[in-house]
Design a protein around this ligand. Structure first.
Ligand code: MG
Length: 266
């Protein structure tokens, strides 16, 4: 009798197991049906109409995007001051829409402060080769007065890789050397996102920078480690919006700039 009861129990148990499997299969089937039911079937269901981005003219006045702030168009230094004492710029205003570093007059910086930006800069090394290594047409574009994108005549001119043209000075070697011939005009197109700091002054988010050199990607969303120091490690003292700065390296660089504009990124 006991054997019969045990057999019946076993049959019921296995039958139960089989039922569970069926239920699970049904659930899977139901889930699958649900997913199918939620999948949009009309193109309109995945369309988003607002917000509508602003319309700009990418080739506005002098070929500059219509929503950009023109920092230098060759006509004056109205947007700039001397970095060391905030007096008027001593650099040379050429008649061809460009300016040239006047040796040992110091860096220049924008009167305006900026946070995250898209920045366009054109630069040209001296056609005359005057020195070697870091002393040949050395200048630099500084974001927020602290973070340098190196400008250098690197053509047939060896130097340390993390200080070569297009480097984030002493932090990031460029992905390629994309310079044009010495004495010709280069472009830098820079996407820069400012760092963030908390109320204690601690950095909570690193700045990032992407650089196109003559249209070639040479810095790919690099996380800036801190200030780009000539001697020493990067520093991270809290700061807010700050000027864009151009470097006078102090060794008769002969570097020229033209067509500088910026779009603020929010
Ligand atoms: Mg430099």
């Amino acid at each position: 009798m006991k054997k019969i009861i045990l057999l019946i129990c076993s049959i019921v148990f296995f039958a139960s197991c089989n039922d569970t499997s069926k239920v699970q299969e049904l659930d899977i089937q139901n889930t699958s049906d649900e997913a199918t039911k939620n999948e949009p079937t009309k193109p309109e269901e995945t369309e988003v109409w607002k917000p509508i981005p602003p319309t700009i003219n990418p080739f506005g006045q002098n070929g500059v995007p219509s929503d950009a702030i023109v920092l230098f168009d060759g006509s004056n230094f109205d947007e700039w001051i001397s970095a060391k004492d905030s007096t008027e710029v001593k650099w040379i205003l050429n008649g061809d829409g460009s300016m040239t570093v006047k040796d040992k007059t110091g860096d220049i910086q924008t009167k305006r402060n900026f946070g995250s930006v898209q920045l366009h800069v054109e630069w040209r090394s001296s056609a005359e080769i005057r020195a070697n290594g870091q002393n040949r047409s050395n200048s630099g574009v500084y974001l927020q007065n602290r973070y340098e994108v190196q400008v250098l005549d690197n053509n047939d001119n060896e130097t340390y890789s993390n200080g070569q043209v297009g480097s984030i000075y002493k932090q990031s070697i460029p992905l390629a050397k994309a310079s044009v011939a010495t004495g010709k005009w280069n472009t830098y197109d820079i996407i820069y996102h400012a760092p963030e700091f908390n109320s204690d002054g601690d950095k909570t988010k690193s700045a990032t920078i992407t650089v196109l050199h003559n249209g070639v990607l040479i810095q790919d969303h690099f996380k800036i480690k801190g200030t780009t120091e000539y001697i020493g490690w990067p520093k991270n003292v809290a700061h807010g919006p700050a000027p864009i700065k151009l470097q006078d390296h102090g060794d008769n660089s002969g570097v020229s700039y033209r067509n500088i504009w910026v779009r603020e990124l929010n």
